[in-house]
Design a protein around this ligand. Structure first.
Ligand code: URA
Ligand code: CA
Length: 433
């Protein structure tokens, strides 16, 4: 096989066979095929697309380029949840204990945050003592004993994807549905779950800003998962404004505790119940989505979910007393209010800019090597649809530096107002199974 013929084939809109895709990915992984040929091929894929079959072949080839995690020693149907990345997305902190409290094993491999989106591991590390640096065996034991555990990404998962993503980033081929879908799904499949629930974000703070694109991506990923024997469903949820009120690591732990107590923000609670119901269904623990949702609500109301959070924290060497005493979480030295400059209804909050404002405070990483400050972040007091009077507080900035002029003006500029009433945005746009 010659790579030049395969580029030509894709350029002319034909579909690859499994052998051809294996040849491309294997050749690229072993440096037998150079970057320039893969760049040309990726551009051909960008314009010519891939069939469902090709997408599944590509995903599989990337899965087999590196280590895969074997979770078969964990009893029951293991369910993973993945978000395409948002601002103030606190759902994993809530869902791991919530879903585990119903006996569904949650074996989660998570990453750190980069840019304007936060990472689950950073948030968990805001809990004093909490460690995600556990061995695979410890991880499996913890899930078997306590139903939930989170491990950092240490293994060499999908190196072909890492290499291809790096190349796509500099050849204007990131934004291709088959390439994004196979990239995300290869990582999910390599991490070993039997079932996958995807939270595909849409709107200004999301990777996919248009609903139609988000839907197309969700459908592509669900098809790949199901084609490769993983029960997969996707929720398309709003990221036109940040989720919940809190953005920042310790602040989001506090928000997760509130949500597990039944006192969390409406949007975060609703999204967790929606995603959680799908996780419970994928795990075969309920007959209908309604039943699954009632079970989750009952676990929150009875305190079972909160108790499970304490068990989860303690089992990973964290201090579970933060649940009853959240003031033990890292606290920022300075608090500053962002005040409204006029009366009006909030008509928009640019989630990506709020994320950047939090990053500038130190809550996120500008580069992979940045050191983050777990205590800092932003608490929103007003969301889309709320009426605000001039001089009222829109948000509080938590910081460890006195001068927060930059973040303050970014937060203020992120808010848009209307003199006419505005309704809150739809939270869940679509569900794809
Ligand atoms: N995120 C991924 O992991 N891969 C892509 O291709 C795009 C976003
Ligand atoms: Ca939040």
């Amino acid at each position: 096989m010659r790579m030049v013929d395969l580029i030509e084939k894709k350029r002319d809109g034909q579909a690859h066979t499994k052998e051809e895709i294996d040849f491309i990915i294997h050749g690229y992984s072993t440096d037998e095929i150079p970057d320039y040929q893969i760049s040309a091929w990726a551009m051909a894929v960008f314009f010519q697309d891939m069939t469902q079959e090709e997408r599944a072949f590509l995903t599989e080839a990337m899965v087999h380029s590196g280590d895969t995690i074997d979770l078969s020693a964990i009893k029951g149907i293991k369910v993973d949840k993945h978000s395409t990345g948002g601002v103030g997305d606190t759902t994993t902190l809530v869902l791991a204990p919530l879903v585990a409290s119903l006996g569904v094993p949650v074996a989660k491999m998570s990453g750190r945050g980069l840019g304007h989106t936060g990472g689950t591991i950073d948030k968990l590390e805001a809990i004093p003592g909490f460690s995600v640096e556990i061995t695979n065996d410890e991880f499996i034991d913890l899930v078997n004993t306590n139903k939930a555990a989170v491990i950092g990404q240490t293994q060499n998962l999908t190196p072909a994807d890492k290499k291809l993503y790096g190349l796509r980033d500099v050849t204007a081929t990131v934004n291709s549905i088959p390439l994004i879908a196979s990239s995300i799904m290869s990582k999910k499949i390599a991490s070993g779950a039997d079932g996958i629930v995807l939270d595909v974000k849409t709107g200004a703070g999301a990777f996919m800003k248009e609903l139609s694109q988000s839907k197309e991506l969700a459908e592509a990923m669900v098809q790949i998962g199901n084609n490769l024997g993983r029960k997969t469903s996707a929720i398309i949820s709003d990221m036109s404004q940040p989720l919940g009120f809190m953005i920042g690591n310790a602040l989001e732990v506090k928000e997760a505790i509130d949500t597990l107590k039944g006192e969390g923000p409406e949007d975060l609670t609703d999204l967790c119940l929606t995603l959680g119901s799908h996780m419970v269904m994928v795990a075969n623990k309920a007959d209908t989505l309604e039943e699954a949702r009632e079970m989750l609500e009952e676990s929150i109301n009875s305190g079972k979910a909160l108790e499970q959070f304490k068990i989860f924290i303690e089992s990973q060497k964290g201090d579970p007393s933060v649940v009853d005493n959240p003031e033990k979480l890292p606290q920022a030295s300075f608090k500053e209010s962002v005040l409204a400059e006029k009366d009006g209804f909030v008509s928009g909050i640019e989630a990506d800019h709020i994320g950047t404002a939090a990053m500038v405070l130190g809550a996120g990483r500008a580069t992979k090597d940045s050191v983050i400050d777990l205590a800092v972040g932003i608490e929103l007091h007003k969301k889309i649809g709320d009426f605000v009077k001039k001089g009222e507080s829109l948000a509080t900035i938590y910081s460890n530096q006195k001068d927060v002029i930059d973040s303050k003006s970014k937060v203020l500029a992120s808010y848009h107002f209307s003199s006419d009433p505005v309704s809150a945005p739809t939270l869940v746009y679509d569900i794809i199974t």
